[in-house]
Ligand binder design. Structure first.
Ligand SMILES: [Zn+2]
Length: 382
Protein backbone atom coordinates (compact mmCIF):
# COMPACT_ATOMS: atom_id res chain seq x y z
CA UNK A 1 0.00 0.00 0.00
CA UNK A 2 2.84 2.39 0.83
CA UNK A 3 4.29 1.65 -2.60
CA UNK A 4 1.06 2.34 -4.31
CA UNK A 5 0.64 5.77 -2.74
CA UNK A 6 4.10 6.97 -3.71
CA UNK A 7 3.89 5.68 -7.28
CA UNK A 8 0.47 7.02 -8.28
CA UNK A 9 -1.01 10.50 -8.03
CA UNK A 10 -4.39 12.02 -8.80
CA UNK A 11 -4.96 11.89 -12.59
CA UNK A 12 -6.95 15.12 -12.38
CA UNK A 13 -4.85 17.54 -10.30
CA UNK A 14 -1.73 15.36 -9.71
CA UNK A 15 -2.19 15.67 -5.96
CA UNK A 16 -1.07 12.98 -3.55
CA UNK A 17 -3.43 10.05 -2.90
CA UNK A 18 -4.41 8.84 0.56
CA UNK A 19 -6.17 5.69 1.71
CA UNK A 20 -9.78 6.33 2.72
CA UNK A 21 -10.91 2.77 3.26
CA UNK A 22 -8.29 0.06 3.30
CA UNK A 23 -8.13 -1.90 0.04
CA UNK A 24 -11.29 -0.31 -1.34
CA UNK A 25 -10.98 3.44 -1.63
CA UNK A 26 -8.44 6.20 -2.19
CA UNK A 27 -8.91 9.95 -2.27
CA UNK A 28 -6.89 12.85 -3.60
CA UNK A 29 -5.47 14.94 -0.79
CA UNK A 30 -5.59 18.10 -2.90
CA UNK A 31 -8.89 18.06 -4.84
CA UNK A 32 -10.76 15.47 -2.76
CA UNK A 33 -11.77 13.25 -5.69
CA UNK A 34 -12.42 9.69 -4.47
CA UNK A 35 -11.14 6.68 -6.43
CA UNK A 36 -12.27 3.13 -5.85
CA UNK A 37 -10.13 0.02 -5.91
CA UNK A 38 -11.34 -3.14 -7.62
CA UNK A 39 -9.74 -6.52 -6.90
CA UNK A 40 -7.04 -4.56 -5.07
CA UNK A 41 -6.19 -2.43 -8.12
CA UNK A 42 -6.79 1.35 -8.03
CA UNK A 43 -9.20 2.61 -10.67
CA UNK A 44 -7.81 6.02 -11.60
CA UNK A 45 -9.66 6.38 -14.88
CA UNK A 46 -11.26 9.67 -15.81
CA UNK A 47 -14.48 10.33 -17.69
CA UNK A 48 -13.38 10.68 -21.28
CA UNK A 49 -14.17 8.59 -24.35
CA UNK A 50 -12.42 5.22 -24.33
CA UNK A 51 -12.80 1.78 -25.91
CA UNK A 52 -13.58 0.33 -22.46
CA UNK A 53 -17.00 0.35 -20.84
CA UNK A 54 -16.10 1.16 -17.26
CA UNK A 55 -19.06 -0.55 -15.55
CA UNK A 56 -18.84 -3.81 -17.52
CA UNK A 57 -15.08 -3.87 -17.08
CA UNK A 58 -15.26 -3.40 -13.30
CA UNK A 59 -17.73 -6.26 -13.00
CA UNK A 60 -15.61 -8.48 -15.26
CA UNK A 61 -12.50 -7.76 -13.17
CA UNK A 62 -14.22 -8.58 -9.88
CA UNK A 63 -15.73 -11.77 -11.32
CA UNK A 64 -12.40 -12.89 -12.77
CA UNK A 65 -10.57 -12.29 -9.51
CA UNK A 66 -13.23 -14.13 -7.51
CA UNK A 67 -13.65 -17.10 -9.86
CA UNK A 68 -9.99 -17.81 -10.57
CA UNK A 69 -8.47 -17.64 -7.11
CA UNK A 70 -5.84 -20.37 -6.78
CA UNK A 71 -6.09 -21.32 -10.47
CA UNK A 72 -3.09 -21.59 -12.76
CA UNK A 73 -2.21 -18.62 -14.98
CA UNK A 74 -3.33 -20.42 -18.11
CA UNK A 75 -6.83 -20.96 -16.72
CA UNK A 76 -7.09 -17.27 -15.86
CA UNK A 77 -6.19 -16.23 -19.41
CA UNK A 78 -8.55 -18.87 -20.81
CA UNK A 79 -11.41 -17.49 -18.72
CA UNK A 80 -11.01 -14.03 -20.27
CA UNK A 81 -10.93 -15.26 -23.86
CA UNK A 82 -13.78 -17.75 -23.43
CA UNK A 83 -15.97 -14.96 -22.09
CA UNK A 84 -15.55 -13.05 -25.36
CA UNK A 85 -18.65 -13.98 -27.34
CA UNK A 86 -17.25 -13.98 -30.86
CA UNK A 87 -14.44 -16.49 -30.16
CA UNK A 88 -14.45 -20.06 -31.41
CA UNK A 89 -12.88 -22.79 -29.21
CA UNK A 90 -9.92 -23.09 -31.56
CA UNK A 91 -9.34 -19.34 -31.38
CA UNK A 92 -9.48 -19.38 -27.60
CA UNK A 93 -6.89 -22.19 -27.51
CA UNK A 94 -4.64 -20.34 -29.89
CA UNK A 95 -4.83 -17.03 -28.06
CA UNK A 96 -4.27 -18.61 -24.64
CA UNK A 97 -1.13 -20.37 -25.87
CA UNK A 98 0.06 -17.21 -27.57
CA UNK A 99 -0.41 -15.03 -24.46
CA UNK A 100 1.19 -17.50 -22.05
CA UNK A 101 4.21 -17.93 -24.36
CA UNK A 102 4.61 -14.20 -25.04
CA UNK A 103 6.90 -13.11 -22.18
CA UNK A 104 9.50 -15.65 -23.32
CA UNK A 105 9.13 -14.47 -26.92
CA UNK A 106 9.50 -10.82 -25.87
CA UNK A 107 12.89 -11.59 -24.38
CA UNK A 108 14.73 -10.75 -27.56
CA UNK A 109 13.00 -7.34 -27.76
CA UNK A 110 13.70 -6.67 -24.07
CA UNK A 111 17.41 -7.27 -24.71
CA UNK A 112 17.25 -5.56 -28.09
CA UNK A 113 15.56 -2.30 -28.98
CA UNK A 114 13.72 -2.13 -25.59
CA UNK A 115 16.79 -2.57 -23.37
CA UNK A 116 16.92 1.09 -22.27
CA UNK A 117 13.27 0.85 -21.23
CA UNK A 118 12.24 -2.64 -20.14
CA UNK A 119 15.43 -3.29 -18.15
CA UNK A 120 15.17 -0.03 -16.15
CA UNK A 121 13.64 -0.64 -12.69
CA UNK A 122 10.40 1.30 -12.21
CA UNK A 123 9.80 1.87 -15.93
CA UNK A 124 6.21 2.61 -16.93
CA UNK A 125 4.42 0.29 -19.36
CA UNK A 126 1.46 2.21 -20.79
CA UNK A 127 -1.31 -0.05 -22.05
CA UNK A 128 0.31 -3.06 -20.39
CA UNK A 129 -2.69 -5.34 -21.07
CA UNK A 130 -2.06 -8.79 -19.58
CA UNK A 131 1.42 -7.77 -18.44
CA UNK A 132 3.45 -9.50 -21.15
CA UNK A 133 6.29 -6.98 -21.25
CA UNK A 134 6.33 -6.56 -17.45
CA UNK A 135 6.57 -10.35 -17.08
CA UNK A 136 9.42 -10.45 -19.60
CA UNK A 137 11.25 -7.81 -17.52
CA UNK A 138 10.53 -9.80 -14.36
CA UNK A 139 12.40 -12.73 -15.95
CA UNK A 140 15.44 -10.44 -15.80
CA UNK A 141 14.72 -9.43 -12.21
CA UNK A 142 13.37 -5.99 -13.21
CA UNK A 143 10.02 -4.68 -11.94
CA UNK A 144 8.18 -1.97 -13.82
CA UNK A 145 4.78 -0.40 -13.26
CA UNK A 146 1.79 -1.04 -15.50
CA UNK A 147 -1.19 1.05 -16.59
CA UNK A 148 -4.10 -0.13 -18.69
CA UNK A 149 -7.59 1.09 -19.53
CA UNK A 150 -8.98 -2.36 -18.68
CA UNK A 151 -9.15 -3.61 -15.08
CA UNK A 152 -10.00 -7.09 -16.31
CA UNK A 153 -6.67 -7.36 -18.14
CA UNK A 154 -4.88 -5.91 -15.13
CA UNK A 155 -6.17 -8.80 -13.01
CA UNK A 156 -4.51 -11.09 -15.56
CA UNK A 157 -1.38 -8.91 -15.57
CA UNK A 158 -0.93 -9.29 -11.84
CA UNK A 159 -1.04 -13.08 -12.14
CA UNK A 160 1.25 -13.02 -15.18
CA UNK A 161 3.90 -10.86 -13.48
CA UNK A 162 3.79 -12.86 -10.27
CA UNK A 163 4.08 -16.13 -12.23
CA UNK A 164 7.36 -14.72 -13.57
CA UNK A 165 8.62 -13.84 -10.09
CA UNK A 166 7.99 -10.09 -10.42
CA UNK A 167 6.24 -7.56 -8.22
CA UNK A 168 3.04 -6.19 -9.76
CA UNK A 169 2.39 -2.44 -9.39
CA UNK A 170 -0.68 -1.74 -11.48
CA UNK A 171 -3.54 0.71 -11.90
CA UNK A 172 -6.36 1.35 -14.32
CA UNK A 173 -6.04 4.72 -16.06
CA UNK A 174 -6.47 6.28 -19.48
CA UNK A 175 -3.45 7.08 -21.60
CA UNK A 176 -4.55 10.72 -21.87
CA UNK A 177 -4.67 11.30 -18.08
CA UNK A 178 -1.79 9.48 -16.43
CA UNK A 179 -1.76 9.23 -12.62
CA UNK A 180 1.99 9.76 -12.48
CA UNK A 181 3.81 12.85 -11.12
CA UNK A 182 5.73 15.19 -13.48
CA UNK A 183 9.22 14.15 -14.58
CA UNK A 184 9.20 11.02 -12.43
CA UNK A 185 9.24 8.11 -14.93
CA UNK A 186 12.73 6.63 -15.43
CA UNK A 187 11.65 5.08 -18.77
CA UNK A 188 8.39 4.66 -20.67
CA UNK A 189 6.95 2.10 -23.10
CA UNK A 190 3.83 2.74 -25.19
CA UNK A 191 3.51 -0.32 -27.42
CA UNK A 192 0.49 -0.57 -29.71
CA UNK A 193 -1.41 1.99 -27.65
CA UNK A 194 -1.42 5.34 -29.44
CA UNK A 195 -3.60 4.05 -32.30
CA UNK A 196 -6.38 3.36 -29.77
CA UNK A 197 -6.20 6.67 -27.89
CA UNK A 198 -9.22 8.91 -28.07
CA UNK A 199 -6.80 11.85 -28.07
CA UNK A 200 -3.35 11.08 -29.49
CA UNK A 201 -1.90 14.55 -28.90
CA UNK A 202 -2.84 14.38 -25.28
CA UNK A 203 -1.30 10.93 -24.90
CA UNK A 204 2.05 12.23 -26.19
CA UNK A 205 1.87 15.31 -23.99
CA UNK A 206 1.26 13.12 -20.96
CA UNK A 207 4.24 10.93 -21.83
CA UNK A 208 6.35 14.05 -22.19
CA UNK A 209 5.11 15.36 -18.85
CA UNK A 210 5.88 12.22 -16.81
CA UNK A 211 9.26 11.48 -18.46
CA UNK A 212 12.29 12.30 -16.31
CA UNK A 213 15.05 14.23 -18.13
CA UNK A 214 17.27 11.72 -19.93
CA UNK A 215 14.69 8.93 -19.73
CA UNK A 216 14.11 6.61 -22.68
CA UNK A 217 10.81 6.27 -24.49
CA UNK A 218 9.81 3.38 -26.75
CA UNK A 219 6.74 3.44 -28.99
CA UNK A 220 5.40 0.86 -31.44
CA UNK A 221 2.39 1.21 -33.71
CA UNK A 222 1.00 -0.17 -36.98
CA UNK A 223 1.68 1.95 -40.06
CA UNK A 224 -1.27 3.80 -41.54
CA UNK A 225 0.00 3.45 -45.11
CA UNK A 226 1.06 -0.18 -44.86
CA UNK A 227 0.51 -2.23 -47.99
CA UNK A 228 -0.74 -5.11 -45.86
CA UNK A 229 -4.25 -5.33 -44.42
CA UNK A 230 -5.27 -3.21 -41.44
CA UNK A 231 -4.12 -5.43 -38.54
CA UNK A 232 -7.18 -5.01 -36.27
CA UNK A 233 -9.90 -5.75 -38.83
CA UNK A 234 -8.06 -7.45 -41.71
CA UNK A 235 -9.32 -4.96 -44.32
CA UNK A 236 -7.03 -3.61 -47.06
CA UNK A 237 -6.44 0.04 -47.83
CA UNK A 238 -8.12 1.60 -44.78
CA UNK A 239 -5.26 3.99 -44.04
CA UNK A 240 -5.32 5.44 -47.55
CA UNK A 241 -8.75 6.93 -46.95
CA UNK A 242 -9.33 10.22 -45.14
CA UNK A 243 -9.76 9.51 -41.39
CA UNK A 244 -13.43 10.49 -41.43
CA UNK A 245 -14.31 7.82 -44.05
CA UNK A 246 -12.40 4.95 -42.44
CA UNK A 247 -15.04 3.83 -39.97
CA UNK A 248 -17.78 3.62 -42.60
CA UNK A 249 -15.49 1.85 -45.08
CA UNK A 250 -14.45 -0.83 -42.54
CA UNK A 251 -18.03 -1.42 -41.52
CA UNK A 252 -19.04 -1.80 -45.15
CA UNK A 253 -16.21 -4.18 -46.04
CA UNK A 254 -16.11 -6.32 -42.89
CA UNK A 255 -19.13 -5.46 -40.76
CA UNK A 256 -16.70 -4.74 -37.93
CA UNK A 257 -16.71 -1.58 -35.84
CA UNK A 258 -13.74 0.74 -36.24
CA UNK A 259 -14.07 3.23 -33.43
CA UNK A 260 -11.02 3.93 -31.35
CA UNK A 261 -8.58 2.90 -34.03
CA UNK A 262 -6.67 5.61 -35.86
CA UNK A 263 -3.38 4.58 -37.42
CA UNK A 264 -0.49 6.98 -37.85
CA UNK A 265 2.16 7.17 -40.55
CA UNK A 266 5.83 7.83 -39.80
CA UNK A 267 5.63 11.48 -40.95
CA UNK A 268 2.35 11.86 -39.06
CA UNK A 269 3.81 10.63 -35.77
CA UNK A 270 6.97 12.63 -36.35
CA UNK A 271 4.95 15.83 -36.66
CA UNK A 272 2.99 15.06 -33.49
CA UNK A 273 6.13 14.17 -31.54
CA UNK A 274 7.82 17.39 -32.60
CA UNK A 275 4.86 19.51 -31.63
CA UNK A 276 3.95 17.80 -28.35
CA UNK A 277 7.14 16.30 -26.89
CA UNK A 278 10.84 16.84 -26.16
CA UNK A 279 12.22 13.47 -27.30
CA UNK A 280 15.20 13.02 -29.60
CA UNK A 281 15.39 9.63 -31.22
CA UNK A 282 14.95 7.52 -34.28
CA UNK A 283 12.30 5.57 -36.11
CA UNK A 284 12.90 1.89 -36.80
CA UNK A 285 11.33 -0.56 -39.23
CA UNK A 286 11.60 -3.97 -37.55
CA UNK A 287 11.99 -7.33 -39.21
CA UNK A 288 9.05 -9.71 -38.98
CA UNK A 289 9.97 -12.34 -36.38
CA UNK A 290 10.78 -15.86 -37.61
CA UNK A 291 8.36 -17.35 -35.06
CA UNK A 292 5.61 -15.27 -36.58
CA UNK A 293 6.51 -16.18 -40.16
CA UNK A 294 6.33 -19.84 -39.13
CA UNK A 295 2.59 -19.33 -38.54
CA UNK A 296 1.97 -17.83 -42.00
CA UNK A 297 0.67 -19.68 -45.07
CA UNK A 298 3.41 -20.39 -47.65
CA UNK A 299 2.75 -17.41 -49.97
CA UNK A 300 2.55 -14.92 -47.13
CA UNK A 301 5.68 -16.41 -45.53
CA UNK A 302 7.55 -15.93 -48.80
CA UNK A 303 6.54 -12.25 -48.94
CA UNK A 304 7.51 -11.79 -45.29
CA UNK A 305 10.97 -13.30 -45.84
CA UNK A 306 11.50 -11.05 -48.85
CA UNK A 307 10.40 -8.09 -46.75
CA UNK A 308 12.95 -9.00 -44.08
CA UNK A 309 15.75 -9.12 -46.65
CA UNK A 310 14.83 -5.64 -47.85
CA UNK A 311 14.51 -4.35 -44.26
CA UNK A 312 18.15 -5.26 -43.69
CA UNK A 313 19.38 -3.06 -46.54
CA UNK A 314 20.15 0.33 -45.08
CA UNK A 315 19.59 2.29 -48.29
CA UNK A 316 16.08 0.88 -48.65
CA UNK A 317 15.01 1.72 -45.11
CA UNK A 318 13.47 5.07 -45.95
CA UNK A 319 11.17 3.77 -48.69
CA UNK A 320 10.20 1.01 -46.27
CA UNK A 321 8.98 3.53 -43.71
CA UNK A 322 6.25 4.39 -46.18
CA UNK A 323 4.83 0.89 -46.57
CA UNK A 324 6.07 -1.21 -43.62
CA UNK A 325 3.28 -2.94 -41.64
CA UNK A 326 4.42 -1.31 -38.41
CA UNK A 327 7.20 0.89 -37.04
CA UNK A 328 8.89 1.88 -33.81
CA UNK A 329 10.34 4.97 -32.20
CA UNK A 330 13.03 4.94 -29.55
CA UNK A 331 14.26 8.19 -28.04
CA UNK A 332 15.49 10.11 -25.00
CA UNK A 333 13.80 13.03 -23.20
CA UNK A 334 15.73 16.29 -23.42
CA UNK A 335 16.13 18.11 -20.13
CA UNK A 336 14.47 21.35 -21.24
CA UNK A 337 14.11 24.13 -18.74
CA UNK A 338 10.65 24.93 -20.05
CA UNK A 339 9.16 21.58 -19.11
CA UNK A 340 5.70 22.84 -18.50
CA UNK A 341 3.45 21.87 -21.39
CA UNK A 342 0.56 24.06 -22.47
CA UNK A 343 -2.37 23.73 -20.05
CA UNK A 344 -4.95 21.12 -21.01
CA UNK A 345 -8.66 21.19 -20.13
CA UNK A 346 -9.32 19.50 -16.80
CA UNK A 347 -10.57 15.91 -16.51
CA UNK A 348 -13.22 14.57 -14.17
CA UNK A 349 -13.21 11.21 -12.43
CA UNK A 350 -15.22 8.30 -13.78
CA UNK A 351 -18.43 8.13 -11.72
CA UNK A 352 -18.59 5.61 -8.90
CA UNK A 353 -21.16 2.89 -9.32
CA UNK A 354 -22.85 3.36 -5.99
CA UNK A 355 -23.74 6.96 -6.85
CA UNK A 356 -22.78 7.91 -3.31
CA UNK A 357 -20.71 10.91 -4.17
CA UNK A 358 -22.17 14.30 -4.97
CA UNK A 359 -19.12 15.29 -7.00
CA UNK A 360 -19.52 12.40 -9.40
CA UNK A 361 -20.32 13.79 -12.87
CA UNK A 362 -22.98 12.47 -15.21
CA UNK A 363 -22.15 9.11 -16.73
CA UNK A 364 -20.67 9.43 -20.20
CA UNK A 365 -21.65 6.73 -22.68
CA UNK A 366 -18.65 4.54 -23.51
CA UNK A 367 -18.59 1.92 -26.25
CA UNK A 368 -17.80 -1.74 -25.72
CA UNK A 369 -14.18 -2.98 -25.84
CA UNK A 370 -12.39 -2.59 -29.16
CA UNK A 371 -8.74 -2.96 -28.31
CA UNK A 372 -7.38 -6.43 -27.69
CA UNK A 373 -4.51 -5.60 -25.39
CA UNK A 374 -3.35 -9.20 -25.39
CA UNK A 375 -2.68 -9.19 -29.14
CA UNK A 376 0.34 -6.95 -29.49
CA UNK A 377 3.09 -6.43 -28.60
CA UNK A 378 3.69 -10.17 -28.51
CA UNK A 379 3.89 -11.17 -32.15
CA UNK A 380 5.84 -8.15 -33.30
CA UNK A 381 9.24 -8.68 -34.93
CA UNK A 382 12.41 -8.88 -32.90
ZN1 LIG B 1 -6.80 15.60 -7.25
Amino acid sequence: MVDLLTVWCCPICRGRLAVEARDTRLACVRCGTPFEMFAGIPDLRVARPSWVNVDTDREAALRLERDTRGMALESVVRRVFSNQEHRTDAEVDYRVRQVVASPARLRRQVHGWLRDVALIPGYVDLGCGPGLLLAASADDGVSGIGIDASLEWLVVARRMIEAHGGRATLCAALCEALPIPDASAPAIASLDVIEHCGDQRRHLREIDRIAAPGSSFALATPNRFSVSAEPHVGVWGVGWLPARWQERYVRMRSGKPYEYVRLLSVPGLKRLMKRETHFDGRFIVPRIADEEIALFAERRAKIARAYNRVAELRMLRWPLFAIAPFFRFIGVRRGDASRRAAPMPADVAVPLRRGDDARAPQRTPVPSPRRDPAQPPAPRGD
